[in-house]
Design a protein around this ligand. Structure first.
Ligand code: BF8
Ligand code: SF4
Length: 622
């Protein structure tokens, strides 16, 4: 298994080679050590939901067909799937909650998070039916916060405020008819845990329906709230040039990598890294200054809002440390490998954990508190600066690879680039110059060659005049590959190329982090409203082509439940139940207007997604 087989990216290959040479264990070594992986687990047919288990169903039919309690493979697979969705929805939504709390703390207790985007606050308030005219910003903010808190805590059966305000009536009716309209973001997650505990719900359809409900509470609730509140507090992303890949680390500087998901922390670290006193201190230690860069989704949050460089996506996190040039990797929550502490032990790098939710044994713990955000951020940056003198120069090797990329396509910035409305894009779709849009969402998965599926699928689709929008580790992959440059449009089909050239935009648009998948929903909804149809009628599709996390399962599910045909390039653990597979890939079309489709080969997937889009165009008569 050569480095060239592990990633398509040269900078990444170079660091994999360095790790191999220095005997540093990375994720690829651990995947190898895990072979062969458990077949029962891969099929989703093992259950450990009570102490009478663990139980396994024999997929070949010779051994047991039921668990000790009598649960069938269908029940077990559906329960496991629902729990994956619950975990994913919980992670996104808890992130959303933390941003609302930060704004609440700012308004009520003077936490240092001033509202940066009053225009966005007012537009969110208006959508929620909150009066804005002649009112103080603080008063409007209080009402918006109240609506968000209600979505996490209300006990009646009505749909949550944010989904009600943002989704069009046709879509909401579909949810009501299917009984999947989310009532309360937290409650839907709790109800999954209740339904799936020993001896409660055993029906695949109702278990999946509850999974859909929780996922909609994520996409049109928790994630949407995260995006909107982050825009209000930290600014709505605007289009601009950025840099991406391991080459953004700088040899003569104190390098700080902020890794994880919540900008409530990373925004403050970036601010503190610009503090003149701390820069002076860095110079005293012999560095030229402080270079704060991002990693994974929190990196994307900073990149789309402030143009902060991003050092990499999920599979590059260990490799950033392998450069030997990172003074501190500051982490909060989600997608952070426990192994970072072990890799860091081979160098001077400090892993600093900051979230009360996530403690890494062996790391330096500097726990974050919104009310003291500025002091704590400075303490973290100072810790990194003071670590510069411990750097071993002979161990440093920073790959040159980095690319420029245009990012920051919030819905607001996209509308602005189009001259104020979606009409130019809709006209291009109607006339057939652009055939449709595919939204690609993040993740790397070590079982897939790093970034290969992302880049191949994107390239294949743009050739077919399909505009790509997307988020997460997909966005970092495209940024590293140069796809986010307007000149990359030369690789697109004639129609898409012409449109990109006239607007000066790339053929694929970076909409931000994984919670920003909500921006794709908002865009699809706007388009559906403009054209007077449901989202499921539009020539749209989705893809999670290197899916790995439970969060990706939740995203895929709310895409499907929003009426979007969604491709998965990796197989979720559901194949042990034909009934579950049928509901997800076929019956879902009749219930919510979208369904899943699994295809590991991105070239084949591009073909199917293109055919689907053409089918939708035909049905619309365009
Ligand atoms: O939320 S894309 S691997 S970093 S889960 Fe994780 Fe997947 Fe990357 Fe961000 Ni999203
Ligand atoms: Fe086995 Fe049923 Fe317990 Fe699951 S809930 S571990 S299938 S006895």
């Amino acid at each position: 298994w050569k480095p060239e087989d592990k990633s398509i990216d040269q900078a990444t290959q170079e660091m994999i080679k360095k790790a191999e040479k220095e005997n540093i264990e990375t994720i690829w070594d651990r995947l190898e050590a895990q072979q062969p992986q458990c077949g029962y687990g891969q099929l989703g047919i093992c259950c450990k939901n009570c102490f009478q288990g663990p139980c396994r169903i024999d997929p070949f039919g010779d051994g047991p067909k039921k668990g000790v309690c009598g649960a069938t493979a269908d029940t077990i697979v559906a329960r496991n799937l629902a729990r994956m969705i619950a975990a994913g929805a919980a992670a996104h939504s808890d992130h959303g909650r933390h941003v609302v709390i930060a704004m609440y703390e700012a308004i009520e207790h003077g936490a240092p998070y001033p509202i940066k985007d009053e225009k966005k606050l007012k537009s969110v308030a208006k959508k929620l039916g909150i009066a804005v005219d002649n009112r103080e910003i603080k008063e409007i903010a209080k009402d918006v916060i109240k609506k968000a808190f209600e979505d996490f805590g209300k006990q009646d059966d009505s749909i949550i405020n944010f989904a009600d305000a943002y989704a069009n009536d046709k879509r909401k009716q579909t949810w009501k008819d299917a009984g999947v309209a989310p009532r309360n973001i937290d409650r839907e997650v709790v109800e999954i845990m209740h339904r799936t505990t020993m001896g409660v719900d055993h029906d695949t359809v109702s278990l999946i329906a509850q999974g859909i409900k929780a996922s909609l509470g994520d996409g049109w609730g928790g994630s949407l709230i995260a995006t909107e509140f982050q825009d209000i507090l930290f600014g709505t992303p605007q289009i601009g040039k950025r840099e991406a890949n391991l080459g953004v680390l700088k040899e003569d500087y104190v390098n700080i990598v902020v890794h994880g998901h919540e900008p409530v922390l990373s925004e403050k670290i970036i601010e503190a890294a610009q503090d003149p006193e701390l820069i002076e201190l860095a110079k005293k230690y012999g560095a030229k200054g402080i270079n704060a860069v991002g990693m994974c989704c929190t990196g994307l949050e900073l990149l789309v809002r402030h143009g902060t460089p991003i050092a990499g996506n999920y599979l590059q996190q260990e490799l950033a440390i392998v450069t030997g040039a990172v003074e501190a990797m500051v982490v909060d929550v989600q997608c952070i490998m426990p192994s970072l502490v072990d890799v860091a032990r081979c160098f001077h790098t400090k892993i600093i954990d900051t979230s009360s939710l996530a403690t890494f044994p062996g790391a330096t713990h500097i726990k974050f508190d919104e009310r003291k955000a500025d002091e704590i951020a400075k303490e973290i940056v100072r810790t990194a600066v003071e670590n510069f003198s411990n750097r071993e120069k002979n161990k440093v090797q920073i790959p040159k690879g980095k690319s420029e990329a245009i990012g920051g396509f919030s819905v607001e910035a996209t509308l602005e680039a189009l001259g104020g409305s979606l009409q130019p894009l809709e006209d291009a779709i109607k006339s057939g110059t652009i055939r449709g849009i595919v939204g690609i969402v993040g993740c790397n998965n070590v079982k897939v060659k790093h970034n290969y599926n992302h880049i191949t699928l994107t390239n294949e689709l743009i050739k077919n005049d399909i505009l790509i929008i997307g988020t997460g580790c997909w966005a970092t992959a495209c940024a590293e590959y140069g796809i986010f440059l307007p000149e990359y449009a030369k690789n697109a089909g004639d129609g898409l190329r012409t449109i990109c050239e006239s607007l000066g935009i790339p053929p694929a648009l970076n909409m931000g982090s994984c919670v920003d998948c909500s921006r794709m929903l908002v865009l699809a909804d706007l388009m559906a409203r403009d054209l007077g149809v449901d989202i499921s009628d539009l020539p749209l599709a989705g893809s999670a082509t290197e899916a790995m996390t439970e969060k990706a399962v939740s995203i895929g599910t709310y895409f499907v439940a929003s009426g979007i045909f969604t491709h998965l390039g990796t197989t979720p653990p559901v194949l042990g139940s034909q009934e579950v597979v049928k509901v997800l890939t076929e019956n879902a079309f009749d219930i919510v207007g979208g369904a899943f489709y699994v295809e590991p080969d991105p070239v084949k997937a591009a073909k199917t997604l293109t055919e689907y889009i053409e089918k939708k165009r035909k049905a619309l008569g365009i």
